[in-house]
Design a protein around this ligand. Structure first.
Ligand code: ADP
Ligand code: MG
Length: 236
């Protein structure tokens, strides 16, 4: 469904994304892991159309995305710092993606109710964004990203601001949710526990390159090199 070929992004002569090749199949959940600065967010931004490629190609359903603007790519992106609209209430935030797609008021309200239930915030429609905890805000951001039913959903550190127990619970919920919706997911995290619990396949990045890709079990049992092993927390 998604294919990257030699995807390269340079900042000031340095390749932050260095000839990355990656295939994501329909309905697959792929988690990109790697230390801070390894290029994870840049990868997602490039697929979303928020970052221009200096080299290489990205295909979605066989279509070359070169020159296709972000809003026409059919991908959803949820940022690390979820950027909710502080002046809108919860419903206004979630409905944002629906209004863009021209749904009627009544259908919007039903869909918002459904989405808030899905993310575990039933009845939160009228609440002010400022009154929500970090975890609740992340759930709202997730509901907003899911609203237009993107075929490909990209999550950048989606659970970064939650405490560990909530994160572990939400990861299980998310897996079920994505399976149910049939959403293809490309998620970024620096938390390997989260990646291993969520992903069908993990991609480990280092300095803009893919150090290893495989199922969580494959990567865990056979790290490709010393870097991956160290990153996974093995001593040697
Ligand atoms: P990660 O998400 O894995 O932490 P990023 O993709 O955000 O990594 O960043 C990779 C590298 O690219 C970092 O060294 C970062 O400083 C650099 N970088 C990211 N965006 C820009 C930018 N707009 N201009 C210059 N350098 C950038
Ligand atoms: Mg990042």
């Amino acid at each position: 469904m998604l294919k990257l070929k030699g995807a390269t992004v340079r900042f000031g002569g340095r390749a932050v994304l260095d000839e990355v090749g990656l295939d994501v199949a329909e309905h697959e959940i792929v988690c990109v892991l790697g230390p801070s600065g390894s290029g994870k967010s840049t990868l997602l931004r490039a697929v979303a159309g928020l970052q221009h490629l200096d080299d290489g190609r990205i295909f979605l359903d066989g279509r070359d995305l070169d020159g296709v603007p972000a809003h026409k790519r059919g991908v959803g992106l949820m940022f690390q710092d979820h950027q909710l609209f502080p002046q809108r209430d919860v419903a206004g935030n979630v409905a944002f993606g629906l209004r863009m797609h021209g749904e009627s008021k009544q259908r919007q309200a039903l869909r918002v109710e459904e989405l808030l239930t899905l993310v575990g915030l039933p009845g939160a429609q009228g609440r002010a964004v400022a009154s929500l905890s970090g975890g609740e805000q992340q759930r709202v951001a997730l509901a907003r990203a899911l609203a237009p039913r993107p075929r490909l959903l990209m999550l950048d550190e989606p659970l970064g601001q939650l405490d560990r127990s909530l994160r572990e619970r939400l990861v299980v919920e998310l897996r079920e949710l994505f399976a149910e919706l049939g959403t293809t997911v490309l998620a970024v995290t620096h938390d390997q526990g989260e990646a291993f619990a969520l992903a069908d396949r993990v991609v480990v990045m280092r300095d803009g390159r893919i150090a290893q890709t495989g199922t969580p079990l494959e990567v865990w049992q056979r790290p490709a090199d010393a870097f991956v092993a160290r990153f996974l927390g093995f001593e040697n």
